[in-house]
Design a protein around this ligand. Structure first.
Ligand SMILES: [Zn+2]
Length: 393
């Protein structure tokens, strides 16, 4: 009886290793996602790293192709790679988006931390860059890189400063931690401000705004202390860690747009937040307001209409008008909208809890110092506005 069993296992393992061998062969002989050439390597083996196809056109010219995780999807072609050469040489890169358009203008860095704009030419959706490469790697990406580790370190630093509790809220589809920062007191029936970020992985300018915005809320100014007397704060800065990790254009590991899943809750990421909010309500607390950070082509605040029947109906309009009054050369654009049943976060909060929520959108190319400045002023104005608002019933 032993023999047939042994035979079966032997055949099985031989079959398996053959399969494995064939798979390796097909990868090494194909250009698909093989970005290592004799004289030039395009490395993507780091968090957020992404290139979908690399082809060598000549000694110095390379065609890089960007392809989304799945379709349909909007054109937010993310790329992040390290250009590595053994010795100094010229490298010409032509970058194409398969079936789509470029969104992100190239940035370069020597260390992955400090970035600058890279010169490029864009013609007929071919983005061309020239590099005089040395033996030092050059990071190239669609925006400055903020990866999962950066969020963890930021949260840990705030926790170490005693500003918030940094804890795991739940797990993503691929079991990565979804973290929350909470500044709360045990008083009963408190009202919560919810801050959400990174539903869409390549929307880095929204991510950049979330940090200073949150830090102002958690600061020790008189206003912030007074604010936290009345309100609890929860910040969920990185809702899509799986998408961030592999440089997805928009979706989570299941190929789903999380900002079309609210109310449907087919995805682990949205469910984690929804059940957390349910627990707050069950304990007698209230949701007062929510801000969701994104990026698009311009700076704009998508709001719920003031006549939508929400509590404190004018609150958001007052807040953003107040913010607008602080600038002479910049207009704070408010765009109220009501899109029921498509699964957008702000709509879900409004419909479920009867309170306002907004989508805070920063332009892809907005000046980075201005992103900070606006976020700081927005957080301060919001605290004043919320302190003047009626308690949520
Ligand atoms: Zn977005």
């Amino acid at each position: 009886m032993l023999f047939p069993y042994k035979l079966v296992t032997a055949v099985f393992y031989t079959g398996l290793s053959l399969l494995f061998f064939t798979a390796c062969q097909s990868v090494s002989t194909s250009n698909e996602n093989n970005c290592h050439f004799a004289n030039v390597k395009f490395e993507t083996d780091f968090s957020t790293g992404r290139l979908d196809r690399c082809q060598q056109l000549s000694d110095t010219r390379f065609l890089l192709t960007l392809r989304p995780e799945n379709r349909p999807i909007n054109d937010s072609a993310w790329y992040a790679f390290k250009l590595v050469t053994q010795s100094p040489q010229e490298v010409e890169i032509v970058m194409e988006v398969e079936g789509g358009k470029h969104r992100y203008l190239p940035k370069v860095s020597r260390d992955g931390e400090i970035w600058s704009l890279k010169e490029y030419k864009l013609r007929s959706q071919q983005l061309k860059m020239h590099f005089a490469a040395t033996d030092q790697p050059i990071w190239v990406a669609g925006q400055e890189i903020i990866d999962n580790q950066d969020y963890l370190e930021w949260g840990e630093a705030l926790m170490a400063q005693g500003k918030a509790n940094h804890e795991q809220l739940g797990l993503s589809t691929e079991q990565r931690p979804i973290m929350k920062l909470e500044a709360s007191t045990d008083k009963e029936g408190k009202e919560w401000l919810l801050v959400l970020g990174r539903q869409h992985p390549p929307e880095l300018t929204g991510a950049m705004a979330l940090f200073p915005f949150s830090e102002v809320l958690l600061s020790n100014t008189q206003l912030a202390k007074e604010f936290r007397e009345r309100f609890n704060i929860v910040i969920i800065p990185n809702l899509n860690p799986d998408g961030v990790e592999v440089g997805n254009w928009r979706h989570n590991a299941n190929g789903v747009d999380l900002n079309r899943d609210w109310g449907k809750f087919k995805q682990a990421e949205t469910r984690v937040v929804a059940s957390y909010l349910e627990r707050l309500i069950a304990s007698g607390d209230k949701i007062h307001f929510a801000v969701d950070f994104h990026s698009t082509r311009k700076d704009i605040f998508y709001t719920m209409p003031s006549d939508y029947g929400l509590q404190n109906p004018q609150m958001v309009e007052h807040w953003l008008d107040e913010l607008d009054n602080q600038y002479t050369g910049f207009k704070v654009i408010q765009q109220p909208g009501n899109n029921p049943d498509i699964g957008v976060f702000k709509q879900y909060i409004a419909d479920k809890y009867g309170v306002h929520a907004i989508t805070y959108e920063m332009g892809d190319n907005t000046n980075r110092r201005f992103i900070d400045n606006l976020a700081i002023n927005a957080a301060n104005s919001l605290m004043q506005t919320m302190l003047a608002s009626k308690p949520v019933e």
